[in-house]
Design a protein around this ligand. Structure first.
Ligand code: FE2
Length: 350
């Protein structure tokens, strides 16, 4: 099924092969819950590094076939740039979905947080940004009243394909999206579109243009309320056959007409190869942020405490690279305004 350019909708369960899906058995699910359930309480506002280490030690007890899949994904990614792991444990009692998209004060058990952490630690070191969601390491992704049209995690309109935080010098390498509660109507689909699958649809001249720094990205409104653009960037980089992708079809501008045409061709190709899944409770979608762009279809929130609720965690392969941007022992990067001035990367305000 073709994933059409959908300001209004994205089809789901299209282009699905099963290679990127792994479903835990009931026995594996129960065993993983047991491994994680006696870990200590978490201060979700300020994660202690020691707890992250403890979670990593526990993560050694996940089923071997899951560990192997994650290790392979870390080293080589896959052609879809995405994994879907199903039937993971989350908390027995799930409080109402937080209505402001912030912390849930009523969530007093932490199985979902530890599940997300244990899996994602196979892929890298957790990272977050002081600018976004108050620097929460594990973030609640829920629809927020009044933000329906926002092209960010608080919205509920169609969220266009994008690389996560493509404008950020320490953007995530992998994004984990764990579903705690699906939307009421079970229609919201999360999609990933891989450059490895789309590349052969792009003529050589188009690829050449996409490799030039002829693009800039408007910083996400979840980072700044001002209109601020990144430096000029290429969309494709690295290996010729397996390039890295850095794109944002909402926030990106091309600086020439031919660069704009190339961007349109890329969008068309990515929409053709996109894979979408409607996440249900216990599903974890992991996107390789260097290989695939991701999107989400629209859904109608009800703001009744039972709306869609995901938890999100970012990890990076090279934690050391962001050292100067993080206080000692912290996983949270300083605001971009400070980062840009300290790196002498002048963001261009308009
Ligand atoms: Fe995103």
């Amino acid at each position: 099924m073709l994933l059409s350019k959908p300001k209004t909708s994205v089809e789901h369960d299209c282009n699905v092969n099963r290679e990127h899906i792994l479903q835990l058995t009931e026995e594996e699910h129960s065993r993983l819950r047991m491994v994680l359930e006696d870990l200590p309480s978490i201060n979700v506002h300020a994660w202690e590094d020691e707890l992250i280490t403890e979670a990593e030690l526990r993560s050694k007890h996940i089923p071997d076939h899951l560990a192997k899949l994650l290790i392979q994904f870390r080293k080589h990614s896959n052609d879809d740039g995405m994994l879907l792991i199903r039937n993971l444990p989350i908390d027995h009692h799930l409080p109402p979905t937080p209505d402001g998209g912030g912390v849930s004060l009523e969530k007093t058990s932490y199985i979902s947080e530890y599940t997300l952490l244990a899996i994602m630690l196979y892929l890298g070191e957790p990272i977050a940004y002081e600018d976004e969601k108050n620097g929460m390491l594990i973030q609640n992704i829920c629809p927020v009243r009044g933000k329906e049209e926002a092209q960010e995690n608080t919205g509920s309109t169609y969220l266009e394909f994008h690389t996560e935080d493509a404008f950020h010098p320490y953007r995530p390498d992998f994004i984990g999206l764990l579903c705690l509660r699906p939307d009421h109507d079970r229609i919201a689909a999360t999609a990933a579109a891989s450059i490895r699958r789309a590349l052969s649809m792009l003529p050589g001249k188009t690829q050449e243009l996409l490799r030039q720094p002829l693009y800039r990205i408007r910083l996400s409104s979840s980072f700044t309320s001002d209109t601020v653009f990144s430096q000029q960037l290429p969309v494709l980089g690295g290996d010729v056959l397996e390039p890295n992708l850095s794109v944002d079809f909402y926030g990106m501008e091309a600086l020439t007409a031919s660069a704009q045409l190339a961007l349109k061709s890329l969008e068309k190709a990515l929409l053709k190869v996109a894979i979408a899944h409607k996440l249900v409770t216990g599903d974890l979608m992991i996107v390789d942020n260097r290989v695939a762009a991701h999107a989400r279809t629209a859904f109608p929130p009800r703001y009744d405490g039972q709306d869609r609720w995901l938890q999100r965690l970012f990890v990076v392969h090279d934690f050391r690279r962001s050292r100067a941007s993080r206080p000692r022992g912290s996983h949270i990067c300083i605001p971009l305004s400070i980062e840009f001035s300290s790196m002498d990367l002048k963001a261009q305000s308009t």
